[in-house]
Design a protein around this ligand. Structure first.
Ligand code: ATP
Ligand code: MG
Length: 697
């Protein structure tokens, strides 16, 4: 079974695999440790990853980057709208309110969903892992930003499913980093707690996580973030600065050309990197537009001045993390900085000033997330024995449930009731139970309940509970089981009607009772759910059930001395509706479509290989005919063959440039028909030669 970790960045991705001797970051086809997160659609095939990056400049409007920004977002999402302004390709609103990406592919206009495109990227990363492990990769852990919404998390899972991956866990990137940091540390305190702040500044966002370490475990004390503050924002500041400057100095408007925008942005990113190590840096782009070469120059202090609005925002998530962890800066013992966006010196300065201590760079800034993901996969997989290390994860949002009061059938705002099921900071995973008193089918909405800071949109899903029929009384007692799973995805997993009935048999520990519904795949209990107050006509008591605590009998609320009553549990259907989620049928279609496209890519790669083989044969045979095969052909035979080789070479650069695989295969066979007898003659001679020399010897 595969044990693999994927870090899919907004700019670049890293793949790590577990081997018996430890965790390794693996190289892609170009022997690079980082793979660009780009999918480029061509006339005959797709180019993904490093190949995608290579095709981008030639084909910018069909190259999709920043896929992480697109997935699981509604078209109307203000952040998406802002991002789209600098997207080179056309993105429109689909009938379901979600974005559709328009590209030219195989000579036709096509549209793809962001989830499909993420699937394509995953297929490339999966291929990198498979090539390295020389085995199929299915099980994996995938890193995701802590701020990913329920829908974004579901979209990542769907994208993985499309390409045959099975994520054992979507793990928060900063938690993966904390795990990779802590698991190898042999000097963690037994009793005290070592508090470490991890700050990851990537391409488009900033994430902070404060973790408390003890021997054999880590506990996430706080997560915070700025979804819109990353390395690319510095590029944008420089880009706007130089776009305005060049308009004035060179009279060119880069905004009129997707390619010019792309090239100037790339130039600015390079400039920014030079500024990280130098007090000033030049910018030079040849033929940017209208055949004009442009030149610019900026000092680091000027760069910092124009970046002030971005730099000012760095402190906010730091303050938030401290407040949520209820820690003062003195109690943060170490500050580890990761993510390549953190290399901007001005950012480092702000972090150092804020924490009042030197920053540490113990971790490999670009690889720690992938390594942490692979470690988590190893922990979850039976394939490897990993040292015991417990990760206590915390959920970054508050999740609430709302429903209409039972006695206000016509609804209206006044009839709306609700509760927070998983408050911010809740453990992941977690299961809770809610009790309702209802006579027939009802609906429950799941939504974010964060005051003033809810993700967009606040609503997550709607569940229809029913139909059911109460045999006893007007209203039945309905228990919902709500799960926050390992991926940080929330769902109403099941519903049951609980009816008391008189029984003859004495009650034993194994009898069916109210709590039994929890005794499925995880242990129930935790705090005894005496708080399960089902008072009143409506819901709800929320029972807190930490799946890890294992006292299975703690909530047996039937006393053996009580009257002989039993509780009958009748399962009720639960229908889930998630706006923007992929239906199983659509997912199946996406799987088939991806399979077709992957096949086309493979055919094209094989065609290229066969064409190269013909070309290589021409060169090789020509050389040999003039060299070691010289004496094994007559002069006219040689001349004839060399002419034939020349014809094939000319054909390759002319009408044979763009042929099918079969044509190249038969062309090679045709040449070999002539070449093979020569080769045989030569080989026979050589063998005779050795035999003779052996005899003589
Ligand atoms: P994310 O984590 O946001 O999804 P990512 O993981 O792809 O994105 P990283 O690879 O951590 O992001 O960081 C990429 C950013 O780091 C880019 O904006 C890049 O320009 C920036 N960067 C890389 N090297 C340097 C450098 N030497 N100086 C300044 N910035 C740099
Ligand atoms: Mg990253």
């Amino acid at each position: 079974m595969s044990v693999v970790g994927f870090d899919f960045g907004n700019e670049s991705c890293v793949v790590a695999v577990a081997r018996q001797r430890g965790i390794d970051v693996v190289l892609n086809d170009e022997s690079k440790r980082e793979t660009p997160a780009i999918v480029c659609f061509g006339e005959k095939q797709r180019f993904i990853g490093t190949a995608g990056a290579a095709s981008t400049m030639m084909n910018p409007v069909n190259s999709i980057s920043q896929i992480k920004r697109l997935i699981g977002r509604q078209f109307s999402d203000p952040e998406l709208q802002r991002d789209l302004k600098s997207f080179p390709c056309l993105v429109t609103e689909g009938p379901d309110g979600y974005p559709l990406i328009h590209v030219r592919y195989l000579g036709e206009s096509k549209t793809f969903t962001p989830t499909q495109v993420l699937g394509m990227l995953f297929s490339d990363l999966k291929g990198i892992a498979e090539k390295n492990l020389k085995a199929a990769v299915v099980d994996c852990c995938i890193g995701i930003p802590v701020y990913f919404t329920d829908l974004q998390r579901r979209a990542v899972l769907d994208a993985a499913t499309i390409v045959g991956l099975h994520p054992l866990q979507l793990i928060h990137e900063t938690t993966a980093t904390a795990l990779a940091y802590g698991i190898y540390k042999s000097d963690l305190p037994e009793n005290d707690q070592l508090n470490v702040a991890f700050i990851d500044i990537g391409h488009s966002s900033l994430q902070v996580c404060i973790a408390g370490f003890k021997k054999g475990q880590l506990k996430i004390l706080a997560h915070s973030y700025d979804r819109n503050l990353g390395g690319r924002d510095f590029d944008e500041v420089l880009f706007q600065h130089f776009a305005a400057k060049f308009k004035e100095e060179y009279k060119i408007d880069v905004f009129q050309s997707a390619r010019a925008c792309l090239r100037l942005r790339a130039g600015c990113e390079k400039l920014k990197k030079i500024l990280s190590a130098n007090p000033e840096a030049p910018l030079h782009v040849e033929c940017l537009m209208d055949d004009k070469d442009v030149r610019g120059f900026i000092k680091r202090e000027d760069f910092e001045r124009i970046s002030a609005p971005i730099l000012e925002r760095v402190k906010r998530p730091l303050e938030k993390a401290l407040a949520d962890a209820a820690l003062s800066v003195e109690n943060v013992h170490m500050v580890e900085v990761v993510g390549s966006g953190s290399r901007v010196p001005a950012v480092g300065k702000i972090l150092t000033e804020f924490f009042g201590k030197e920053l540490r760079h113990t971790m490999n800034a670009s690889e720690c997330v992938a390594k942490g993901c692979a470690l988590q996969c190893a922990i979850l997989s039976p394939t490897f024995k990993v040292r015991d290390f417990q990760v206590n994860e915390s959920f970054p949002f508050s999740i609430g449930l709302t429903w209409k009061a039972a006695d206000s059938p016509n609804g209206g705002a006044e009839g709306q009731q609700g509760t927070v099921v998983f408050p911010k900071g809740n453990r992941i995973p977690s299961v809770k139970a809610l009790t309702f008193f209802r006579s027939n089918t009802f609906t429950v909405d799941v939504h974010y309940a964060d005051v003033g800071d809810s993700p967009y949109p606040a609503k997550i899903s709607t569940y229809t509970i029913g139909p059911f029929h109460c045999t006893k009384g007007e209203r039945g007692k309905v228990k919902l089981k709500v799960r926050l799973n390992l991926h940080g995805i929330v769902s109403i997993e099941s519903a049951a009607l609980l009816e008391e009935e008189e029984v003859e048999v004495p009650v034993t520990e194994h009898s069916v009772n109210e709590g039994d519904e929890m005794d499925t795949d995880e242990a129930s209990a935790g705090p005894t759910p005496s708080s399960s107050h089902d008072a009143g006509a409506d819901a709800s008591g929320v029972e807190n059930r930490a799946p890890e605590s294992g006292d299975k009998t703690a909530h047996m609320d039937i006393n053996t001395n009580a009257p002989k009553k039993n509780v009958k549990k009748i399962n009720i259907p639960v229908a889930e509706f998630i706006s923007g989620g992929l239906l199983p049928l659509d997912l199946q279609k996406a799987v088939e479509k991806e399979f077709e496209m992957a096949l086309q890519d493979r055919i094209m790669e094989e065609t290229k290989d066969k064409k190269n083989a013909v070309e290589a044969y021409v060169y090789d045979m020509r050389n040999k005919l003039n060299d070691k095969y010289y004496e094994f052909v007559t002069n006219s035979e040689r001349e004839d063959f060399i002419n034939k080789l020349q014809d094939v070479e000319d054909w390759l650069y002319d009408e044979g440039e763009d042929e099918t695989k079969g044509v190249y295969v038969s062309k090679l066979e045709e040449l070999k028909k002539r070449g093979d007898p020569v080769e045989v003659r030569y080989k026979e001679h050589m063998e005779r030669g050795t035999v003779m020399s052996q005899l003589i010897y």
